[in-house]
Design a binder for this molecule. Structure first.
Ligand code: SF4
Length: 243
């Protein structure tokens, strides 16, 4: 089994999307093959884990009283708060499909809620893992926001699979985000009969300004004509400066 490169394991509060404010245990995968202009993840170190090694690491974050351990037995003593879900983030976690297959089985055996943050591109990998994922936070990459090529076909396939679980969609809005891209995103969502799925518009933190917030609000109004739940939610962890 190929080991996964893990950049970080930490307890914090979700700062994005409709679960913002929920306590989560984050596992940050190191690799990503894309290059979004607004990417805020700069990773330069990792440790390699097998699925069982990673599982043993995250078990150390189990509330101590539940685990039957005394305070002081773990270097993580003090982390007694239960977390809402285990957040797999990156990088792009789905690049580690085979690893995740084994890892998620272990985690689900313990009854943990699993939350996947993903760029919404790797549909085949998602299809193999979807039964063990509870919540999907799916990015829709608008080319005028990312500066990359479009991924409409990939997103369309991905959405069909992701709809099997608890799903919300996130789009990063930049000053350059085009109306054409927003139209294309609305079409893609309505064609998949997903217009009742929550859609979060996230203003690009690096351009955060009155102008960008006003533009994001305009796009929210525009999308709301065809989509039922559209919300503007900035990255709260950035604003509050928590990890
Ligand atoms: S897919 Fe995610 S991690 Fe990769 S470059 Fe884009 S924003 Fe960054």
């Amino acid at each position: 089994m190929k080991r996964a490169k893990i950049a970080d394991i930490f307890f914090s509060t979700q700062g994005e999307g409709i679960y913002a404010g929920e306590p989560q245990l984050f596992v940050r995968f190191y690799d990503c093959m894309w290059n979004c202009r607004f990417c805020d993840t700069s990773l330069n170190a990792y440790e390699k884990y097998t699925p069982i090694e990673l599982y043993n690491q995250i078990k150390r974050f189990t509330p101590l009283e539940k685990a039957g351990e005394g305070i002081g037995k773990s270097s993580l003593a003090g982390f007694t708060q239960e977390y809402h879900s285990l957040c797999l983030t990156g990088g792009e976690p789905l690049l580690y499909k085979d690893f995740l297959k084994q890892f998620l089985r272990l985690v689900k055996y313990d009854g943990k809620t699993t939350y996947l943050e993903t760029n919404g591109i790797l549909a085949e990998a998602l299809a193999e893992l979807i039964d063990d994922i509870d919540i999907v936070a799916m990015d829709l990459k608008l080319p005028s926001s990312t500066g990359m090529r479009d991924y409409w076909k990939e997103h369309s396939k991905f959405l069909k699979v992701a709809l099997r679980r608890n799903l919300f969609i996130k789009m990063v809005i930049c000053l350059d985000t085009s109306r054409d891209d927003v139209d294309q995103a609305i079409r893609l969502i309505t064609r998949a009969k997903a217009s009742n799925i929550p859609v979060v518009l996230q203003p690009n933190f690096f351009e955060l300004s009155k102008d960008l917030l006003a533009r994001t609000r305009e796009i929210e109004k525009y999308c709301s004509r065809q989509l039922k739940h559209v919300e503007v939610i900035p990255q709260l962890h950035k604003i509050t400066r928590i990890k």
